[in-house]
Design a protein around this ligand. Structure first.
Ligand SMILES: [Zn+2]
Ligand SMILES: [Zn+2]
Length: 344
C-alpha cells in the first residue's frame, strides 16, 4: 500500500471521528514529510532506521509507513476502517444517497486544517459531484479570513484544480468558487461586491454579537438575506450544543420574517451538519418548511474527514420531513448553478 495514502486515510477517519487536531496532524505532517522522498529512498530510510529520526515522524507513523512499504494495510488503518464501516447516523440514508454536493467547506487558507487539494480528494472519496470552497471573509480575523486579494489568488488555484487553466481536469469533483461571508453588524456582507460577483456560491453567516436582541439580529439577518449575492444562510442560530468549544444558546430573531425573506429571495436555509451545531433546531426547520424555503445540507467541514458529516444533516432533514427536491444539494450541478447565479 502507498504509505502517503495510508497516512492520509488514517487522518481522514480520525477527522470524521472529530479526533483531537494534534493526533490528526501527526499523520498529515508525516504524509507531507515522506511525500518529498522517492520510493527507493523511503524504503532505504525505513530499512536503516533513518526515517525514525526524521522530524515529523513518530513511533506510530513509522510503524504505519513500514507496514505500508511491506505491502500490507497497516494495522492502525485496518482498525479504523473496521470502525468506520458503521454509519455516523442511524437515519436519512435514502436522502444521503440523493445528495450530490456540499456548499460549505474550509481549507487551510482560513481556519481549515488541510490544503484545498486534500479537501477535494476527500470529496471525491465520498462520491460528491461538487464541493463549494467557502473560506472565511476578512473580518473573521481569528479564522484568518481572506482579503479580496487572497480570495482572488484562491480563485486562480480553484481554476487550476478544476482544469480550467491548462485544460487538464485533475479531479472528478467540480470545485465551486465560494465564500462564507460574514453578515456584519450593519447587515452588509464582508466582501466587495466585485469579488462576490466572481463566485458560484455565497454562504452568508453571522459570527459575532450573537446575543444581540431579537430586533437587532432580525434586521441584521434580513439585510444579509436581501443582499443579491447571498445564496445560503449559514448556521442561522449560531448555537453550539456539544463539543470542545462548549455550548452556546441559539441567537434570537423573528424566525417567521427571516425565513419568509429566504423563501422570497430564493436563499437556501442551511442545515448545518456539524455535530456540535445541529443548526437550525428542529422547531426552526419546521418554520422554514412552512415558509416555503429551500434548504442546503452542508458539512461545514474544516478537514477532509468532516465532509462525511453530511450523514448527520441528512438524518436531521429526513427526520423533519424536508423533501429532497427542496434541498439544493440534491440538484445536479447545472441546476444548482442556474439557481446560484440567477439574477436578483
Ligand atoms: Zn460559520
Ligand atoms: Zn464554516
Amino acid at each position: 500500500m502507498d504509505a502517503v495514502d495510508a497516512l492520509g486515510e488514517i487522518a481522514f477517519w480520525l477527522e470524521r471521528d472529530l479526533a483531537p487536531s494534534f493526533k490528526v496532524q501527526a499523520f498529515r505532517k508525516a504524509a507531507v514529510v515522506i511525500a518529498g522522498l522517492g520510493a527507493d529512498e523511503l524504503a532505504e530510510r525505513a530499512a536503516n532506521g533513518d526515517l525514525k529520526r526524521m522530524k515529523g515522524i513518530g513511533g506510530r507513523t513509522f510503524e504505519v509507513i513500514t507496514q505500508s512499504i511491506g505491502g500490507q494495510v497497516p494495522d492502525y488503518l485496518e482498525n479504523l476502517r473496521q470502525k468506520g464501516v458503521a454509519a455516523l447516523a442511524s437515519g436519512g440514508s435514502e436522502l444521503l444517497a440523493a445528495l450530490r454536493g456540499d456548499l460549505h467547506s474550509h481549507s487551510e487558507w482560513s481556519d481549515g486544517t488541510t490544503s484545498i487539494e486534500l479537501m477535494v480528494d476527500g470529496a471525491r472519496m465520498l462520491g460528491r459531484e461538487y464541493l463549494a470552497l467557502t473560506d472565511h471573509s476578512p473580518s473573521l480575523r481569528v479564522a484568518n479570513g481572506l482579503s479580496a486579494e487572497r480570495l482572488a489568488d484562491q480563485l486562480d488555484v480553484v481554476a487550476r484544480i478544476n482544469g480550467d487553466v491548462d485544460g487538464i481536469r485533475l479531479c472528478g469533483v467540480r470545485l465551486l468558487r465560494g465564500i462564507e461571508v460574514d453578515i456584519l453588524e450593519s447587515g452588509d456582507l464582508d466582501q466587495s461586491s466585485e469579488m462576490l460577483d466572481r463566485l458560484d456560491v455565497v454562504v452568508a453567516s453571522v459570527h459575532s454579537k450573537l446575543r444581540a436582541d431579537a430586533d437587532t439580529m432580525t434586521r441584521r439577518m434580513l439585510a444579509g438575506i436581501n443582499d443579491r449575492h447571498t445564496n445560503v444562510l449559514g448556521h442561522c442560530t449560531g448555537r453550539l450544543v456539544q463539543g470542545s468549544r462548549g455550548t452556546r444558546p441559539q441567537s434570537e430573531f423573528d424566525a417567521e420574517r427571516v425565513f419568509a425573506a429566504c423563501a422570497e429571495q430564493g436563499v437556501a436555509v442551511e442545515i448545518n451538519s456539524r455535530p456540535e451545531r445541529q443548526d437550525p433546531p428542529e422547531e426552526l426547520i419546521a418554520v422554514a418548511l412552512e415558509a416555503g424555503c429551500l434548504f442546503s445540507i452542508d458539512s461545514d467541514a474544516h478537514a477532509p474527514g468532516q465532509l462525511d458529516f453530511l450523514q448527520y444533516g441528512a438524518e436531521r432533514a429526513a427526520k423533519n420531513g424536508v423533501p429532497a427536491d427542496r434541498i439544493v444539494t440534491t440538484w445536479p450541478l447545472e441546476r444548482l448553478l442556474e439557481w446560484s447565479h440567477a439574477p436578483r
